[in-house]
Design a protein around this ligand. Structure first.
Ligand SMILES: [Zn+2]
Length: 323
């Protein structure tokens, strides 16, 4: 429903209006993160990373309410008010602290409101700060808060990305193959077994000649690089929206590509090959192609979704750019 409304709004409003509005939200969020940094001495990109992670989680989960403000961090009532506090909606900073709740008054109105952006951020800042404010301390704080190592890894990946690029707007994308090269692809996601070796085909196969450049589709961090029996030489990149981009059957990697590296849309990561289906180095068991997959994490599990519409969209944008 929300998607439909968005499409409808896109039709009646020209795009630049939306772009300007987004930039405005980014600026407002940055202001809040920097305020939290000023009081806690924890760099803004930690707040940005936690907030963005939770924003992504809310988008794919039905059990979490929609954010009221522009900050998406969701602090459950019992955590906010304190586990033994009978008043789960307590907004009194004094009683909350007596019951060991993490709710704080961040905007000095005397109320600790778990739907207020500043109160939320200051509460998180105070929680983190209680562990110390260097990177190792914050990692422990995040582990104690989320109790899931994958979540901590994803948030720390976002920390690195924001720190590296120094801004919040990292939404750009690129088609994985430069469009001037020969290539072809069809919508084969969900087909019974391609060359993926899994039960269903979790991606789109883009057929191209050996050595055709393969590029990053997004801003993100290289989470994985190496050999897999099925995927061959492959690269996994996680973007700022918690989407994992998977590139399989490569011929080789771009020079110096390594895990933990920052990438941006269009950056060379490797080339098309036919590697896979055997011990490291095995190739040629099928025609050369790029297997491109997209995955989403909801805080519990990760699942594959169809990359085909996205590929079509990015390809169209690049054609428009060329004109
Ligand atoms: Zn495939």
């Amino acid at each position: 429903m929300k998607k439909l409304l968005f499409i409808f709004l896109l039709i009646i409003f020209p795009l630049p209006v939306f772009a300007a509005e987004n930039e405005d939200i980014y600026a407002k969020r940055m202001e809040l993160y920097q305020k939290a940094e000023a009081v806690s001495l924890i760099p803004w990109y930690y707040f940005a990373a936690i907030d963005q992670y939770e924003r992504n989680i809310r988008q794919v989960r039905r059990d979490l309410p929609e954010a009221k403000g522009i900050i998406s961090i969701y602090i459950p009532p019992e955590r906010w008010a304190g586990p033994l506090n009978k008043n789960k909606e307590d907004t009194n900073p004094f009683t909350i602290s007596q019951f060991g709740g993490m709710g704080t008054d961040g905007n000095d109105d005397g109320i600790a409101d778990r739907n207020n952006d500043e109160d939320i951020l200051f509460s998180i800042a105070r929680f983190l700060r209680s562990y110390g404010n260097d990177h190792a301390d914050l990692k422990i704080a995040l582990w104690n808060y989320y109790e899931r190592s994958k979540t901590v890894d994803i948030i720390l990946g976002k920390v690195k990305i924001y720190k590296h690029f120094g801004r919040l707007n990292l939404e750009g994308h690129a088609f994985p193959i430069p469009i001037r090269f020969n290539y072809s692809y069809k919508n084969t996601w969900g087909d019974a077994r391609g060359w993926g070796g899994r039960r269903i085909h979790e991606g789109t196969d883009i057929f191209a000649n050996y050595g055709t450049p393969v590029r990053s589709t997004c801003y993100g961090i290289v989470e994985l690089k190496g050999w897999n029996k099925y995927g061959g030489w492959r690269v996994g990149i996680r973007d700022i929206n918690n989407t994992y981009h998977y590139f399989g059957h490569l011929n080789g990697f771009s020079k110096d590509l390594h895990e933990g590296q920052m990438v941006e849309p269009g950056m060379l990561i490797g080339s098309v090959g036919s590697s896979g289906y055997g011990p490291p180095g095995t190739s040629g068991k099928f025609p050369p192609h790029l297997h491109y997959g997209m995955y989403k994490d909801n805080g519990y599990t990760e699942w594959s979704f169809d990359p085909y519409p996205h590929l079509k969209h990015w390809e169209r944008l690049e054609r428009l750019k060329k004109k």
